[in-house]
Design a protein around this ligand. Sequence first.
Ligand SMILES: Cc1ncc(COP(=O)(O)O)c(C=O)c1O
Length: 350
Amino acid sequence: MERLNLYDLVRENIKKLKPYSSARSEFRGNAEVFLDANENSYGSPLDENFNRYPDPLQWKLKQEISKIKGVPPQNIFIGNGSDEVIDIAFRIFCEPGKDNVIICPPTYGMYKVCANINDVEAKEVLLTKDFQLDVEGVLAAIDSHTKLLFICSPNNPTGNNFNRLDIEFLLNNFPGIVLIDEAYINFSRQKSFLQELTEYENLIVMHTLSKAWGLAALRLGLGFASEVLIDLFNKVKPPYNINGSSQQLGIKALEQINEVNENIKNTVTQRGFLEQELEKFDFIKIIYPSDSNFILVKVIDADKLYQYLLLQGIIVRNRSNEPLCDNCIRITVGTQSENKKLLNALKKYE
Ligand SMILES: Cc1ncc(COP(=O)(O)O)c(C=O)c1O
């Protein structure tokens, strides 16, 4: 690949953008009296300092994330969920009505939704039948307006990792930004691409605290990239995109890594148990190998099974309408007792 000039990929209006400068980002140092941000000087009804605007760049939280992920704080962006990271990538790089991105269905739905919201074409290059990247197909889909490539590994809803060599090939040959969404990486046997950040200036790795960390309600999505890219994200994001409560609770949760590791171990054990037990049902035709906290299965009649489980008070995700996922159901790995309830219900279905 010709050497990329990252700046050439950025939209003209973003290159020229003078970002909003909040009171809290203009002031540096120590002070006793804060009369700069039109906050409520009399305090909040809560114990915490919620009357004050939160740190716009979330440095304390980033320091804790940095210790765990081994990436310097200045190479971290925190979004209001990964969905904000995805949306901002569109807004930095994709000219509405002109540019396009490549996605590889069946995959996480928000890439396409964000493309549609931003009026950006999402070129769809289907995965192969064994749910791997169609590398040739991706290369063929690239044109002079292609800005982003979304790679979700482990992939949702299929659950598997993509071949590492395929991802590396695309990193070396895609003439735009490659976003590797590793939302489920903690459940995977494959190594993260975080270690490759210094190799590839066009790489953004996405993680989230919603899955392995069990903090979906706090909305903490993470983007890791070069400082040049992170600066662009900071320029475009809303000034206080991560609320103070999420910052505080995020820091507190990150101190409890042992508990989180235990939960990951239990999830992986239960995944193995479920895989083994699901084998026993004749109406389950394929159990796709999973490196995630969910399992995709192909059944005889997905609509019927979905409705049956619903009547038993068990909700799974019917993915039948996704390409290559005819009659497929996605089952999140539950706790031991939830999984037993599921298996008991399936026994009665037979
Ligand atoms: C692949 C993938 N990425 C991102 C997300 C969303 O993460 P967040 O909760 O951080 O927005 C999901 C949620 O299901 C997902 O499956």
